[in-house]
Design a protein around this ligand. Structure first.
Ligand code: DAH
Length: 520
């Protein structure tokens, strides 16, 4: 868990290239420095803004404790119980799931035939055939903190556990923040040597064209069991399986050693170097095949629409990474539209997960990839909100693709409706009444995700993005003011002025009511 590893990883990251014309953050966790956020995080293709959180937190011991009583966290109207997927859950003071997010649990876009998220899932699944790989696409989004965090080795003070970042139903129960939440259970179940899980995942986050509080991930793993391979020779068994995989002709840059004592350590207590190297070789070949498939299909779709499309050879590279649940770990990056794009996170699974799952003789690898941003890239979809659209002008463009992946075409945007920018400026709530240093308390309590969520909750998908355009601390009183610019733009129609004004008024009132800010 050396700091140097994180620094290396963080320094090398880039932001998500213009997947559509506009997406600005990378997907597996590139440099997405969250203004005003207690953690500065990178985001990338596996998820939104988290992988960095894993890295940075582990490198720099955090003093930030998850706080059940963060004063600015908006109170979602708290029902005593809620229902998700036919099950009833009791809420408590940790409950913070707004109605629009709860409603998304019913959508299951990854299972909706001919939906771009579902098509993307199918394309990735095609590179991990059964019976070796079993697909699990219907796991419940509600999991325990043990499944989502503890079972994977997240420390108790990891910022991902904060209510400012995660949707809690009650203190011990949350909407999964990643598909890795199901890893330990599947290792324990031993149903198949490999698996893929596709699912909706939930994170409180900023609002823009590549961030949405609900997105989709695919998680995959492959294990071997010392107790059942011929002669107990797990290294030989893995290389035999590797030899059976298809090959590809892409040049892959992989400049680092297979493990490194500080930057990317072998789990020496549990694995020999030969074992970790065999697992890594199988992992890399399997995931390279998946990435080649995605980008070949993206290219085929581009050529179809644009006969003058200039083909450039695919460039792919492995970089060292850090996750609590793998070691050594890597991210796979692809050179795309002039920049290195992180596509997935992966690694040799930590042996503790296998041991705690009652299968100590297993060793293996796992990876995680975000489906939404891969779909944005494949189909050239410029705004993540479009995935949630029920507009036929969107959905009809993908008709028939699930049954015949070869017919995949790029999305053709229907008209772009006018944007309407409105600013809201407010003073943060003064906490001087509560005593202490009001300046510090304000800065500490305020979390930008709360602002994002209040806005999204009132104005829904008519908000395209929200940006901090100004912040100011009064030199005498120490009070802090912020100004956010909200871009209202429907994907489906032109909003009237009156309508936008009403929405903005409602947003303003909600900020006052839920966060206790004072409008300037
Ligand atoms: N769970 C990680 C995330 O949400 C992605 C991930 C990284 C999954 C590495 C894995 C892995 O299984 O080995 O960003």
């Amino acid at each position: 868990m050396g700091g140097s590893r994180t620094l290396v990883a963080a320094a090398g990251r880039r932001t998500w290239p213009r997947a559509g014309a506009h997406a600005h953050v990378s997907y597996t966790a590139s440099l997405c420095l969250r203004r005003g956020s207690q953690l500065s995080c990178r985001s990338s293709l596996t998820n939104q803004c988290w992988r960095a959180a894993y890295s940075s937190v582990f490198a720099t011991p955090s003093t930030h404790q998850p706080s059940p009583t963060t004063t600015t966290t908006p109170k979602a109207s708290s029902p005593a119980t809620i229902h998700v997927n036919g099950k009833t859950y009791k809420t408590d003071s940790w409950f913070n799931v707004p109605a629009n997010v709860l409603a998304a649990t019913t959508r299951k876009l990854h299972l909706q035939k001919d939906h771009p998220i579902s098509i993307t899932r199918q394309i990735l699944e095609s590179k991990f055939p059964g019976p070796t790989y079993k697909y699990h696409n219907d796991f419940d989004p509600v999991v325990s903190t043990v499944e989502n965090f503890d079972s994977l080795g997240f420390p108790p003070d990891h910022p991902g556990r904060n209510r400012s970042d995660t949707y809690y139903i009650n203190k011990d129960t949350l909407l999964r923040t990643h598909t890795s939440a199901h890893e330990a259970a599947l290792f324990r179940a031993r149903e198949s040597p490999g698996y893929l899980i596709s699912a909706d995942v939930y994170r409180r986050d900023e609002v823009d064209r590549s961030h949405y509080p609900v997105f989709h991930q695919m998680e995959g793993a492959r294990v071997w069991d010392r107790a059942s391979v011929p002669n107990g020779d797990i290294v030989a068994a893995i290389y035999e399986d590797l030899a059976r995989l298809p090959t590809h002709d892409i040049v892959v840059e992989d400049p680092n050693p297979p493990h490194h004592p500080e930057r990317n350590p072998l789990q020496a207590k549990h694995h020999t170097a030969a074992e970790a190297e065999a697992v890594a070789a199988h992992l890399k070949q399997s995931l390279e095949l998946m990435v080649v498939e995605i980008f070949s299909r993206a290219k085929a779709a581009a050529v179809k629409q644009d006969p003058n499309f200039v083909d450039e050879p695919l460039r792919v590279r492995w970089v060292e990474a850090y996750f609590p649940f793998t070691s050594p770990s890597w991210e796979l990056e692809v050179y795309y539209a002039g920049d290195w794009l992180e596509v997935l996170g992966s690694g040799v699974t930590t042996q503790e997960i296998h041991i705690n799952s009652g299968v100590p003789s297993q060793i293996g690898w796992a990876f995680g990839i975000g489906l939404d941003r891969i779909a944005m890239l494949l189909f050239q979809i410029p705004d993540i909100r479009l995935f949630w659209s029920q507009d036929e002008r969107f959905l009809s463009q993908f008709a028939g693709v699930s049954d015949n992946l070869g017919t995949l075409k790029r999305f053709i945007p229907f008209s772009k409706y006018p944007a309407c920018y409105k600013d809201v400026s407010f003073w943060l709530r003064s906490t001087s009444a509560a005593g202490g240093n009001s300046k510090a308390a304000n800065a500490h309590d305020f979390h930008e995700n709360d602002v994002m969520e209040v806005i999204r909750n009132v104005a829904g998908d008519t908000v395209e993005d929200v940006k901090l355009v100004d912040d100011f601390t009064h030199p005498k009183t120490g009070r802090k003011s912020m100004c956010y610019r909200i871009n209202y733009r429907s994907l489906e129609r032109t909003l009237t002025n009156a309508e936008t004004n009403t929405l903005h008024d409602q947003v303003t009132q909600a900020l006052v009511g839920k966060l206790g800010v004072e409008i300037r």
